[in-house]
Design a protein around this ligand. Structure first.
Ligand SMILES: Nc1ncnc2c1ncn2[C@@H]1O[C@H](COP(=O)(O)OP(=O)(O)OP(=O)(O)O)[C@@H](O)[C@H]1O
Length: 636
């Protein structure tokens, strides 16, 4: 797991001080930020549920005991109604208290104390321990696994969908365990006790209850797999619908510019229709189950009622026993209906956990090797050794045995038409994807032999469209160096020519300057401002290798010229890989590598390449400089 997190450090709540001597005592049983450190979470729903239940063993054992007691107390209360009727029948007001005071006190104790303790115990475990802390523990552990997934994982899924899965995993795992231990278990205890009481009154009633039990189990066993499938379909369609909406709202500008409003309606309508079918399928199954239980319970109540009256007519049972029998049976009827609701909830929770594990418990395609070393600060010596990479495709390869060497401190420009493989080159170097053949060496280390975190510590990257986080400008810049001082942040912003505009920024909540928040992905800043903040962040990081992917493309010429000066300072002594379509920005590099369709077609300095009149670079240069820079002037 991440080397920077120290387990057991519970951050302070921003919400309010939650310290309270009594609540704290019961709530401390589960540490919400506990983590086992296991690399991969279980991939089946059962495995996942048991894995987490085991981490909060004690509260669940208490809940198991409490759940059993709830069923026991319930059965005892209904049984005591019959008992009370019988002793009232056989006593006079004068002798009642004298002969039965201890039993009456016992009944009052059951009602007043035992029942209350059991109910309060169940509420505390569920509401104080499971809901807040157990849910949080699962979400925390799930988040830590998901964030380790490589870049490609996020390219293949919706961000909103991934976040939803993490939230649901906590809630559904907790709900599944609580419902099993509380509702299902207390129901089973009640059924067993009620069956035993009725059997002792008349064995035939025991047979009826046992037959009813078989019918109930058969309904569940027959319909359970179907309900489970329907529940899963439902969760999937719901996630797709949610993901589609998040995708639309995330790309709202494209939607506004390209769609008059109707096209997205079509997609959402389709997703809603699919979701509706899934919900309808599920609700039909639920209605079938409820109808079956209603019929079965009708038979149970009629049969047991008839047997009880017949036994009474034979003088085998008392009036009180009839009252207890009917009470228990009516309660059983009521509970079994309520149980269907809970079983439905259990199935839904199970399906949701299963669905969530398919996102959360995926084996990361890129992992640190066991024993991967921490890369020390690099000298910046990069080597691509016969690198093969096709984005997993069998045909239409990109790199097929690419050999490149970049010496420490060398400043290299990557040039080539769109789709040549420049960004892919950089992505492989950063190990956002793993090579499919050959190897990439950094200071002689295969980059797969060092930890990903220590590898990426070596790079400062400014990309074409830097995305900022919806945090303060200070936090965004300091992201380059955790723990940076205010002075260091401001100095970096000055060097990136960002300070002057930052002091004038104010957000909707009236936070100003470095405290102002920048909106999701930095949307409230202009492209050039965003790029300057990203450059400040990299200046602060001060990594030994710089990757500049169209780093100054969004800047106007004045700002660009000013920043170029500071970039020179930043680049001093560092290895630099710069990608630019505007060739003028990289013409001064030590060496240019010209790529086309994943192959290196030319390499040399600007002056050398420009001389090859029929070369790709010379042609690209001529085309660009034709517009605004005279060929001769630039070639100097
Ligand atoms: N995630 C991906 N999955 C599959 N193919 C990809 C992926 N990213 C890029 N490609 C393909 O790889 C090839 C090289 O793309 P790359 O982005 O490296 O080119 P580039 O030279 O950086 O282009 P540009 O100058 O337009 O940014 C292209 O054909 C592209 O379609």
């Amino acid at each position: 797991m991440s080397r920077r997190f120290k387990p057991g450090q519970e951050p302070e709540s921003r919400f309010r001080n939650m310290d309270h001597p009594v609540w704290n005592r019961v709530e401390r049983f589960v540490d919400p930020f506990h983590d086992t450190g296991r690399e991969l979470l279980p991939q089946t729903a059962w495995g996942f549920i048991l894995y987490f239940a085991n981490q909060a063993r004690w509260p669940f054992i208490v809940l198991l005991v409490v759940g059993g007691l709830v069923g026991g107390v319930d059965a005892a209360l209904y049984w005591s109604v019959g008992w009370l009727i019988d002793i009232l029948d056989n006593s006079s007001p004068e002798t009642l208290w004298r002969d039965h005071w201890h039993q009456l006190v016992g009944l009052a104790f059951l009602l007043l104390v035992v029942r209350a303790v059991v109910m309060i115990g169940a509420a505390i475990i569920e509401q104080q321990v499971i809901v807040p802390r157990f849910y949080t523990m699962i979400r925390w552990q799930a988040f830590r696994r998901v964030i380790q997934q490589p870049y490609a994982f996020y390219q293949n899924d919706f961000a909103g969908r991934i976040a939803t899965k993490i939230m649901q995993a906590g809630e559904s795992t907790g709900d599944f365990i609580v419902t099993s231990l509380q509702a299902l278990w207390s129901f089973l205890t009640f059924v067993i006790l009620a069956g035993t009481i009725l059997t002792t009154l008349d064995w035939r009633m025991g047979v009826v209850v046992a037959t009813w039990g078989c019918g109930y189990v058969a309904i569940i066993r027959f319909l359970l797999p179907r309900l489970r499938r329907a529940g899963r379909e439902n969760a999937n369609e719901r996630a797709v619908l949610n993901g589609r909406m998040v995708d639309i709202f995330t790309n709202i500008l494209s939607v506004k510019l390209f769609d008059s409003g109707q096209r997205e309606h079509g997609g959402i309508r389709q997703a809603l229709t699919n979701y509706l079918s899934a919900v309808t399928h599920l609700t039909r199954m639920i209605t079938t189950v409820r109808a079956s239980v209603a019929l079965l319970n009708g038979i149970l109540m009629t049969a047991v009622g008839t047997l009880a009256v017949l036994s009474w007519m034979d003088g085998a049972i008392s009036t009180g026993s009839i009252a207890a029998t009917m009470g228990l049976i009516f309660r059983l009827n009521q509970m079994s209906g309520w149980m269907m609701f809970n079983i439905n909830g259990l199935i839904r929770a199970y399906s949701t956990v299963q669905d969530a594990t398919e996102t959360i418990s995926v084996v990361p395609a890129i992992r640190d090797k066991p024993g991967a070393i921490e890369m020390p600060r690099s000298s910046g010596h990069i080597r691509f050794d016969k690198v093969v990479f096709h984005y997993g495709k069998e045909h239409g390869g990109l790199f097929d045995g690419l050999d490149v060497e970049i010496r420490p401190g060398e400043k290299v420009g990557l040039v080539g038409p769109s789709g040549a493989g420049k960004s892919t080159f950089v992505n492989l170097l950063l190990r956002l994807f793993d090579v499919e053949g050959g190897r990439i060496l950094l200071d002689g280390h295969d980059i797969r032999d060092v930890t990903q975190a220590s590898l990426r510590d070596q790079f400062g990257v400014v990309s074409q469209e830097p995305s900022l986080m919806h945090r303060s400008l200070r936090d965004n810049i300091a992201y380059g160096r955790p723990g940076a001082t205010e002075e260091q942040v401001i100095e970096a912003a000055r060097q990136a020519h960002a300070h002057d505009f930052i002091v004038g920024v104010e957000d909707q909540k009236r936070r100003r300057g470095y405290d102002a928040h920048v909106g999701e992905r930095g949307i409230k800043l202009s492209g050039g401002q965003r790029q300057r903040v990203a450059i400040a962040r990299v200046m602060l990081k001060d990594a030994p290798i710089l990757i500049l992917d169209e780093a100054t493309s969004a800047l106007d010429s004045d700002i660009e010229a000013a920043i170029q000066e500071n970039l020179q300072t930043l680049m001093a002594g560092k290895t630099v890989v710069a990608i630019a379509h505007r060739l003028s920005t990289i013409a001064a590099m030590d060496r240019l590598i010209v790529m086309e369709n994943g192959r290196i077609v030319e390499t040399g300095t600007h002056a050398e390449l420009i001389k090859k009149q029929d070369g790709l670079y010379a042609r690209l240069w001529a085309r660009q400089s034709g517009g605004f820079i005279a060929l001769g002037e630039a070639a100097e």
